[in-house]
Design a protein around this ligand. Sequence first.
Ligand code: RAM
Length: 549
Amino acid sequence: MKNTFTYKTTLLLALISYSLFSYSQDIYQSKRVSWLEKAETNKPTLIVTEKKPVQQVNMVKDADAFQGWKAVRSAPIQDLYKESFKAKKTAIIDFGEHITGTFSFSVGILQNTPDAPLRFKLTFGEVPAEIMTPFDPFPEGSLSRAWLQDEIMTVMTLPATVTIPRRLSFRYVKIELLAHSSYDFNISDMKCDAVTSAATTPAPLLSTTPQIFKDIDRVGLNTLKECMQTVYEDGPKRDQRLWLGDLYLEALANYQSFKQNNLTKRCMYLLAALSQPEGWLHGTVFEVPEPHPQSGQKLLDYSFLFTSSLKDYLEATNDRETAEDLWPVAKKQIDIVKKYVQENGLMDFEQANREWWIFFDWKDNFHREVPLQGISIFALRETYELAKLLNREKEVAELPALIKKMTKAAQKNYYNPKTGFYTGLLNDQVSYASQVWMVLGGVPSKEQAQKALKALPTTENACYPGGPYMYHYYVQALINSDLPEEARNVVENYWGGMLKKGADTFWEVYDPNDEFRSPYNFYPMNSYCHAWSCTPVYFIRKYPEIFQK
Ligand code: RAM
């Protein structure tokens, strides 16, 4: 078994080295097989739970409901199973909670002899509007139409049990009859074999916890649980794979809740084993059919989060062996800073932006120059901290001076004492992300940080976060700047806002001013159970004095 695995992985690695890249030197060559093996050893078992629908619903148009649609109970599920589906033709079923797994249902004969196949269309939705919004004509500029969860099933012989081949992620199912003959039939026994690798029960919150934070924590835990599969997925509907930025946040929430740290270990080993020959990490990797990277992808700000993920993991587990094993990968990412930092101590944003994907947030017209400087300093600091934990400061002895230089440069070039905000040289946009990443990079004094963060909400035209990923860093910046009330309010209002709009799991994108916002030009394409949205679990549990009193 092990031999087969080793053989396969060796083959895979040969493939990665020879076909995807033209570089002759692979700096982790001697390590990759063992890293992949460690990833495999730490692969969790999926727990399968049979879930049954709870009711039939009608989707009702309601201007006050999220994206204009709400689910209203129409009948017990048993009524559907008893009646003729030939007559009924369409039904919407509610499973009562968000689930991820394999869906099946049965078709039975009520009257006459089946003489022809039946054809059904099934549509699965995480939220009500996904069921009611036509997917076609499919708008240009989106991701693949095939992500959308609609399937046509032809049933050739009856009675039958039909299983949808793809894994689905949903709460609601619409079933429509597309073709039938004269005989009568019913459908019944709808179920989903739901899967997750989250196996433990997180500790309860303090009894003093306000209800809103109990609710936010519950939905956050559901979000994380659904994304915990054989890797930390970003979203079980889409993209169903490991992204480095999502891993960083999921791991943080997991330390405070399910505490299944081997999953974090597995994911870090996968990313390390599948990194580029020159040592850079990929932003995302796939598990099947064999582990492989999104080849050639260079996502700059995510690369910097590997070190923090490893440091957090070491602090949570004391697993020094893994930290030592992966230290070279963490250390290597710092070369990115060294490549782009200029004489004056500022990152060369324009060049980096040409050569990498600099993400930070899904937000249009958002300028990333200042955040890049902030996260670069943050990465240097985190690397130095990790080096200290491993008694390896000597290997990165140049970092303290570089941190100082880049911090000074940021303060000198980006800080505007008149406005109290950090803005770029290429663009003077005031954004949350710029202030937040300056704070997380440790650039401003506490007073300057507080002044900038406090002024943001009342600053007209300040570029605010586009989604929960950036909101996470905003909350962390508020906490780091000793603004606990403000941090509490953001979690309560932003994630509480999704809750009020009916969220069973937290969303990939949420703009309180525009419920239809989508980075993919089509809001049903958004993921409504998204890893990076689960971090209130981390905040609420890590800072009980702020959220549980
Ligand atoms: C989205 C993914 C993922 C994220 C990337 C950058 O497309 O769903 O969560 O890491 O963007």
